[in-house]
Design a protein around this ligand. Structure first.
Ligand code: HEM
Length: 196
């Protein structure tokens, strides 16, 4: 199938470009009279998760900056930043679906119990972020015509219950994202450690 071949080839090229020694360290192997620097390609799955970690860092950065913009009195910047962060999350979910098709799942049988629990915690955080973010987007878009968003006193006042719901969902999503990022760092470190 041509698409499958193209995606696999892209992963291989990226993997080759990022050809770093396993375990992220330079390894010297004494062969013959001199010592040689040996390099091996990173597993494409680890490469995928490294990209996902960078993506999640950007999502968290945008979300925190988005809240700051709101507190500084710029609701429209808040909206744009939150929508951009949400699009990156959607982009990750599409990439993850492709990863499942082309690279398959992780082999958790070689993971330690602690690593599996860290992964489960991370997945819970991501689920919290996705559900909270979707609700915040839904309720946030209902605020767009209110003076909370437009800052125009001619516009109708927002329903305080809606504002509260939006805030609670938004804060839950951002907390999920921050904890999800931290736990993904540990999950990724474990992946690199298992390479060596
Ligand atoms: C259509 C998109 C969105 C719009 C139009 C919007 C609009 C607003 C507005 C007008 C407020 C201020 C409410 C008030 O105090 O009167 C607010 C607060 C807030 N929003 Fe959004 N929002 C959007 C998306 C999001 C998303 C996706 C999240 C999180 C994932 C989020 C998180 C928050 C948080 C945490 C607060 C409270 C900030 C604080 O503690 O001061 N928003 N939003």
């Amino acid at each position: 199938m041509p698409i499958r071949a193209a995606v696999l080839r892209t992963f291989c090229v990226l993997s080759a470009l990022c050809s770093v020694p396993r375990g992220l360290g330079m390894r010297w192997g004494g062969q013959g009279s001199g010592q040689e620097l040996t390099t091996e390609s990173v597993d494409p799955k680890v490469l995928f998760w490294t990209g996902a970690f960078i993506n999640m860092s950007v999502v968290v950065g945008l979300a925190i900056y988005g809240i700051r913009q709101l507190r500084d009195g710029f609701p429209s910047r808040h909206r744009s930043l939150m929508i951009t962060a949400s699009l990156l999350v959607v982009g990750f979910m599409l990439a993850y679906a492709l990863k499942l098709v082309f690279l398959g799942r992780e082999d958790l049988s070689v993971w330690s119990q602690a690593a599996v629990w860290t992964l489960r915690f991370h997945e819970t955080c991501v689920l919290t972020m996705v559900v909270g973010g979707a609700l915040a987007l839904r309720w946030g878009s209902q605020l767009c015509t209110t003076r909370s968003f437009t800052l125009n006193s001619d516009d109708p006042e927002a329903d305080p219950a809606l504002v509260n719901r939006h805030r609670r969902a938004g804060r839950t999503a951002v907390i999920g994202a921050v904890l999800g990022l931290l736990s993904s760092g540990f999950v990724l470190m474990g992946m690199y450690a298992r390479l060596s």
